[in-house]
Design a protein around this ligand. Structure first.
Ligand code: FUC
Length: 408
């Protein structure tokens, strides 16, 4: 009997050992399967990312110049392609210094063109609301198209009612710029464009020698630098008028884009969009973008049908500071803007209505893009309390705006 019990207990122990051994085996198999799955997933992700990189970028900075067409009066227009080796590609033409296309990857690494524009030069020559262009000599409006400097009144070329907008009908967006340099360095692909605006052009005094530098950097920045000198006292306020749609140009409206603007105040305007001279708080108004907010959330509350306002940036003018940030949730694209300028015009493409067909024949609808034009305040030449836009001989006009691209 004792012997029987001993044998039974031994059998139980053997069974127990066998069960736990098979459990251990099962555990090991399960861990093995999970680990293999993780390794396969991670390596396929890496491959996808590397492929996405390889497919869209040679891994190096590059600059390429090609002919793009001719203006109505026969001037040759070139187009320069800058690539930063990290997925950013900018195509900029010498007519108006226009950013014709700007490719940036979405969160899966797929590139997309995120500025409005046309496939060819003719599209631009037919007329459009300043797509991607360098704006000057004076970006935004000067009331009554006149100003007085050192006791002398200058009458400017009106092109919007009684006022002048964006430097007049023959502004910097409509002239052919000269390529001074198009060069790929180790940390940036750079294009330098020059233009000399003649004394009296659109009514502005002084021969104004301008140099605009566009650069794509290895850390995914688009740097824009504006420089100018004059031989007579004058006013200068240059900017770029790119129409951004981070979901892709022509993909619909930007009402779902999330925007932050680093400004507690804005410059209220009259019916002709000329500042009254006051600075008002954005707090408790639909203009408040001090915290991220979708563009569409309060747009219906704006009496002029959408945003077209100059914001007074927090921080020091002349110092590079955070100005604005845009996030587009479907693509994951993020664009952050820093500038040395004291203001930024947030324009929500109120003027587009779907009749203009751009790249690939896509219609550019109302609110189809947003412009964030870094600038001095509108009508500063007539507003002594605003930061000055006066440039005198011997001085150098120098401003910088940087757009940084990422995804989240
Ligand atoms: C912005 C606006 C103007 C104009 C132009 C096309 O600079 O401030 O109102 O419509 O873009």
């Amino acid at each position: 009997m004792l012997m029987g019990l001993y044998i039974q207990a031994r059998e139980y122990r053997i069974m127990d050992y066998r069960i736990s051994r098979s459990l251990r085996m099962k555990k090991r198999i399960l861990v093995g399967v999970v680990l293999t799955a993780v390794v396969v997933y991670v390596s396929s992700c890496c491959e996808m990312k590397c492929c996405a990189k390889k497919c869209k970028e040679p891994g190096k900075m590059s600059v390429k110049t090609e002919q793009f067409g001719k203006t109505a009066d026969g001037q040759q227009v070139d187009i320069v392609t800058l690539t930063n080796g990290k997925g950013l590609t900018a195509r900029i033409m010498t007519y108006g210094g226009i950013i014709v296309s700007f490719e940036a990857p979405d969160r899966s690494g797929k590139p997309g063109d995120i500025v409005l524009g046309f496939d060819n030069l003719d599209g631009y020559l037919k007329g459009n609301p300043y797509f991607g262009a360098i704006i000057g000599r004076y970006g935004n409006r000067i009331g009554g198209a006149k100003f007085t400097l050192d006791g002398k009144e200058y009458k400017l070329a009106k092109n919007e009612g009684e006022n002048i907008l964006h430097g007049g009908a023959g502004g910097f967006d409509k002239v052919v710029w000269k390529i001074e340099k198009a060069e790929a360095k180790s940390s940036k692909a750079e294009l330098k464009l020059s233009y000399t605006s003649k004394d009296g052009e659109e009514g502005f005094p002084g021969n104004l020698k301008c140099l605009v530098t566009y650069a794509l950097t290895s850390d995914n920045k688009l740097e824009m630098k504006y420089e100018a000198t004059t031989d007579k006292p004058t006013v200068v306020n240059m900017t770029n008028h790119a129409y951004w749609n981070l979901a892709g140009a022509g993909s619909g409206d930007v009402l779902g884009h999330e925007l932050t603007i680093n400004a507690d105040k804005y410059t209220p305007v009259d019916k002709g969009l000329i500042p009254t001279g006051e600075l008002k708080d954005v707090k408790d108004t639909p203009l408040d973008f001090t915290k991220p907010m979708t563009i569409g959330a309060r747009i219906k509350q704006i009496d002029i049908g959408g945003y077209d306002h100059n914001y007074v940036l927090n921080g020091k003018a002349g110092k590079l500071k955070f100005a604005a940030k845009v996030y587009e949730p479907t693509s994951g694209r993020v664009m952050e803007i820093q500038t040395t300028e004291p203001g930024i015009q947030f324009y929500s493409s109120i003027g587009l209505n779907g009749s203009l067909k751009g790249k690939d024949g896509k219609a550019y609808v109302k609110y189809g893009a947003l412009c964030l034009e870094t600038q001095h305040y509108p009508d500063s030449p007539n507003k002594p309390t605003f930061p000055s836009t006066v440039l005198r001989p011997g001085e150098k006009y120098e401003t910088t705006t940087i757009h940084t691209f990422s995804t989240k």
